[in-house]
Design a protein around this ligand. Structure first.
Ligand SMILES: NC(=O)c1ccc[n+]([C@@H]2O[C@H](COP(=O)([O-])OP(=O)(O)OC[C@H]3O[C@@H](n4cnc5c(N)ncnc54)[C@H](O)[C@@H]3O)[C@@H](O)[C@H]2O)c1
Length: 354
């Protein structure tokens, strides 16, 4: 049976990956997080069936990867057969304000994790969970493939590319069983309220104005491929399953893209339609005044598709389900993730597990 270390388990994507693993496999999990201003353990404890079925399969380690994983922490983690490395600082604006914090979390933190991974016996895989942003903006009609060149537009993207390169170098230099995924824009339940989905639902619900990033003519909204976090979890599980079936995934890279490209105005109007209220909005040329933000990202998802992966739910199904969930859980639209609260939660949770 697998026992997998999932870093960033209480982050937005991390907790969906944890849920996907707990629902669809018999794996045990060791979750690690430093619990920062974007995360909360309530994401885990809110998961359906948490207390009855899941909690006993998850251990939690409170650790900041800026520091090496010392023998005490390694001992608390215990034996591990796989690693999914999702922990990172993720807020692009904050990376523009304080790049060094992102170097610490995303580059130094990854290096500390990889050095720890090198000490493990019987390790089957290490996933470095990267982003479309490492490739930079995509011109209309362009979709980057897995091994295309990087061109980071902001410090967040550059530090994710740095971590990715380190991960690949550990595969090459030390034979660490690394595979890399690039994922496009993720949405889903319990996302940080500053993100586009919850922000749009809030605007529609309360009649406030939504500012949508557009080109300099303020007529064309930016676009992305959006993928639900549950579908991301399914893609990761699919890749590990391929590995278990003897297919080569180690030393390779895979794009997790989402089924269709959608521009942010169309998306906002579709969200408001499910909310059932009109949306007030303005198109704003954010990109000329705030360098570091890209109007269009696009990755090519053909490789994963050719391997036989299909998204369990369509984009429209996921959109409707997510908006309806938010309408029934409006506390997640207002969440104030305050640091002191996280630290107390972490201590209480870690205490319970040992
Ligand atoms: N959100 C997206 O659309 C998207 C798209 C592609 C890739 N990604 C990548 O997915 C991963 C998760 O993103 P998210 O949106 O869930 O982010 P998030 O901010 O919600 O979660 C990040 C997690 O990492 C943890 N973390 C940060 N620094 C740490 C450190 N030094 N030590 C230990 N834990 C630390 C946080 O506590 C949190 O649990 C990141 O690696 C991000 O780069 C995100």
């Amino acid at each position: 049976m697998k026992r997998v270390l999932l870093t960033g388990i209480d982050g937005f994507i991390g907790h969906h990956v944890a849920e996907g693993i707990l629902k669809n496999t018999d794996w045990k999990l060791v979750g690690m997080s430093k619990i920062d201003s974007a995360s909360t353990l309530h994401r885990l404890t809110d998961i359906e069936l948490w207390s009855r079925e899941f909690a006993g399969r998850v251990d939690f380690i409170y650790h900041d990867l800026r520091a090496p994983i010392n023998p005490y922490i390694a001992n608390r983690i215990g034996p591990v057969t796989g690693i999914l490395h999702l922990a990172a600082s993720t807020h692009v604006d904050r990376s523009i304000e304080c790049p060094m914090e992102f170097v610490q979390d995303n580059v130094v933190g990854t290096c500390n994790l990889l050095d720890y991974a090198r000490t493990l016996d019987g390790l089957q895989f290490v996933n470095y969970f990267s982003t479309d942003e490492v490739f930079g903006p995509a011109a209309p009609g362009v979709a980057y493939k897995e091994w295309d060149r990087y061109m980071s537009s902001n410090p967040y993207a550059a530090t994710k590319a740095g971590g990715e390169e380190l991960a690949y170098s550990y595969y090459n230099t030390y034979g660490l069983p690394v595979f890399i995924t690039h994922t496009m824009n993720v949405f889903g339940e319990r996302q940080h309220p500053e993100k586009f989905f919850p922000k749009t639902i809030n605007a529609a619900l309360h009649g406030s104005k939504l500012f949508i990033h557009s080109d300099s003519s303020r007529t064309k909204a930016g676009s992305r491929f959006y993928v639900h976090a549950r579908n991301v979890a399914a893609a990761l599980l699919f890749l590990v399953d391929q590995f278990d079936k003897g297919k080569t995934i180690i030393g390779d890279k895979f794009n997790i893209v989402g089924e269709q490209e959608v521009d942010n105005l169309t998306l906002a109007l579709a969200i408001a339609k499910v909310v059932g209220k009109p949306l007030k909005y303005d198109l704003v040329d954010f990109h000329s005044s705030r360098p570091g933000h890209d109007l269009r990202y696009a990755l090519d998802g053909a490789k994963l598709k050719a391997m036989g992966f299909e998204y369990p739910k369509t984009f429209e199904q996921s959109l409707t389900k997510t908006v309806e969930w938010y309408l029934q859980h409006q506390d997640w639209l207002l969440a104030d993730f305050s640091q002191s609260q996280f630290v107390n939660e972490a201590k209480a949770f870690a205490g319970k597990r040992k």
